[in-house]
Design a protein around this ligand. Structure first.
Ligand code: KIV
Length: 278
């Protein structure tokens, strides 16, 4: 089965089939998500936080996205690959947005690119789509505007803000986006947007009525037990077993029980058959 296309994903909305999207940043995680049947893998600029250890996504570069996109691309067989346009790689002009998107397609193997912003990003979306590159839009909480929004807050709670959010979603659809991420939006508002759009909505902190859901893989897998925002469900708690495995390794290196006989090679005559396999 080849990689999912934008047409496959749009058909899923038409057939009321939910879309499962998850982030990945390397080939191993991409392979595991792909094997599980995830529909879309996003190389999110959240890698600035969960891979690079920054407090936000602002310092991520286009070169970072190309590098991680290329790694993830090698791990995928079936899932559609979307790569984020990072902060300041598309805001200067639609031409800059197209040039950056072109790099993500040509150098990282992206099948589509994602950018933040509603009405304000419509001209960039239009130009990218005209060049034949599918676009995922992202409205509601837009982490690249964290200093303007004053933090990680739910968006669209008041009447005027809700109206603006609907307008933003309609504007990105009109501009040609094939899909839109709704981040940290009241569930009722996300349901209204989902009903009004013909393109799929993918929610994160946006309730159950979106056409699909996205989570950061590190959150879904429970890599950091201290990070538990309301919208995250941990489908595994891997921090403790991972730290436990590292601890056992350290202990066995120190007490000499690792490596054991079965992990060791010998000269001709003992386990040389095994040794020849490597
Ligand atoms: O960067 C990211 O991982 C994202 C998702 C959380 C939607 O934009």
């Amino acid at each position: 089965m080849p990689r999912k296309t934008v047409l496959d994903l749009q058909r899923m909305k038409a057939g009321s089939q939910k879309i499962a999207m998850v982030t990945a940043y390397d080939a191993t995680m991409a392979r595991l998500a792909d094997a599980a049947g995830v529909d879309m893998v996003l190389v999110g600029d959240s890698l600035g936080m969960v891979i690079q250890g920054h407090a936000d996504t602002l310092s991520v570069t286009l070169d970072d996205m190309v590098y991680h996109g290329r790694c993830v691309s090698r791990g995928l067989q079936h899932a559609h690959l979307t790569v984020d346009l990072p902060f300041m790689s598309y805001q200067l002009s639609p031409q800059q947005a197209l040039q950056s998107s072109g790099r993500l397609v040509k150098e990282a193997g992206a099948q589509s690119v994602k950018l933040e912003g509603g009405e304000r990003s419509a001209p960039a979306i239009e130009l990218i789509v005209t060049a034949g590159i599918p676009v995922v839009a992202h409205v509601g909480l837009t982490p690249q505007s964290v200093h303007a929004t004053g933090g990680w807050r739910v968006q669209g709670r008041g009447e005027a803000a809700a109206r603006q959010l609907v307008q933003d979603a309609l504007a990105v659809q009109q501009a040609g986006a094939f899909c839109v991420v709704l981040e940290m939006v009241p569930a009722e508002l996300a349901a209204e947007v989902t009903a009004r759009l013909h393109i799929p909505t993918i929610g994160i902190g946006a309730g159950a009525d979106c056409d699909g859901q996205v989570l950061v893989c590190n959150d879904l897998l429970g890599f950091d037990s201290s990070f538990k925002p309301r919208f995250v469900k941990r489908f595994a708690e891997l921090e403790a077993p991972m730290v436990g495995a590292f601890r056992d390794y350290v202990a066995q290196v120190r007490d000499g029980s690792f490596p054991a006989e079965e992990h060791s090679f010998h000269r001709e005559g003992r386990n040389s058959k095994i040794a020849r396999l490597y």
